[in-house]
Design a protein around this ligand. Structure first.
Ligand code: ADP
Ligand code: MG
Length: 313
């Protein structure tokens, strides 16, 4: 069922709908969870009018519902784990990368984020016995760094048919952040016909960072990123898929998170990602992965390498 448009809310005409959208309230949920005071200020409307709009959005928004614990348990019993081809990294993740969860790789340029995504893409097409997910892969490529030739190298190293493997990896370039978010809806449609067990967004944050610059744009950026992350998590839940996203640590200080070693999107991305892995280069081409803030695993590190064959110990 399609969600109501903002204009369909009682008391919201085209002009108010435009004001809402301009202020970053692009969907009903973002309005439903807002306070009348904030909404009134952001849209330059009266507080009473804002309260009415919020009440209407609460009625109309798909806010989800409660599920019995046994239903959740059943879904979690379907959890699968995807191998990375590095024992150390798999162990760090409690036996591999879990479906129905988002893993965020963050680190500097060249730290191995995209290489890890390539390896996971190949592995997701493998049988369960080999640590795969027996499915197909969706890649949302925002930086034009997808290289089929690299997939061929990695597939060959696994003694897999490279063309067959490539055929199962579906790539879309995202031209801007709205396009990027729209592609998740598109992926959701595609997943009705194709078994998609891995979704990659590389990079999750680059477009958002480029488009929403400065302190004034921060609230909107965070709100959109938050929605994007929740759409991704929903995709993972519904399709029993792994969601892997990358986030480049900015070398320039962020408008808000001044510390250059902090990933952009800050706590919004951090809270929505189930697992965050900080990647850094080490001696002799080695990479160090550090698991941060996991809900169920200890903070720890693993060493792996990136070679012509792909990811290895
Ligand atoms: P980022 O974190 O910016 O996405 P990448 O994952 O693309 O970085 O990592 C790039 C690095 O991966 C290169 O600097 C190189 O060390 C390694 N790499 C890429 N391709 C190969 C290859 N074919 N053989 C060996 N190492 C490679
Ligand atoms: Mg990259």
């Amino acid at each position: 069922m399609a969600e109501k448009k903002l204009e369909e809310l009682p008391g919201v005409g085209p002009a108010t709908a435009d004001k809402l959208r301009d202020a970053g309230y692009t969907d009903l949920m973002s309005i439903a969870v807002e306070s009348p005071k904030n909404l009134a200020e952001a849209c330059e409307i009266g507080e009473a009018a804002a309260a009415k709009i919020i009440a209407a959005a609460k009625q109309a928004a798909d806010v989800g519902g409660f599920e019995p614990g046994d239903v959740i348990l059943e879904r979690r019993q379907n959890l699968k784990k995807l191998t990375s081809c590095s024992k150390a990294l798999d162990e760090l993740m409690g036996g591999g990368f879990e479906t129905q969860a988002i893993v965020e790789f963050f680190g500097e340029f060249g730290s191995g984020k995209t290489q890890l995504c390539f390896q996971l893409a190949v592995n997701a097409t493998m049988p369960f016995e080999k640590g795969g997910l027996e499915g197909e892969v969706i890649v949302i490529d925002t930086e034009n760094t997808f290289r089929p030739e690299r997939i061929v190298q990695i597939a060959n190293a696994m003694e897999m048919d490279p063309v067959e493997t490539l055929h199962k990896i579906h790539v879309a370039r995202a031209f801007n952040s709205s396009h990027q978010m729209l592609l998740v809806d598109k992926a959701m449609e595609m997943a009705k016909e194709t078994k998609v067990t891995l979704m990659i967004v590389d990079s999750l944050t680059a477009h958002f960072r480029a488009e929403y610059v400065g302190r004034g744009a921060l609230a909107e950026r965070q709100q959109l990123l938050n929605k994007h992350m929740h759409d991704l998590l929903r995709f993972g839940d519904l399709n029993n898929a792994v969601i892997a996203v990358t986030n480049q640590v900015s070398s320039k200080p962020d408008a808000f998170f001044g510390d250059p070693t902090r990933p952009i999107g800050g706590h919004i991305v951090g809270h929505a990602a189930t697992y965050r892995i900080y990647l850094r280069k080490s001696k002799g081409g080695k990479r160090i992965a550090r698991l941060i803030d996991s809900p169920n695993l200890p903070e720890a590190e693993a060493v792996f390498s990136v070679s012509e064959e792909g990811i290895r110990d």
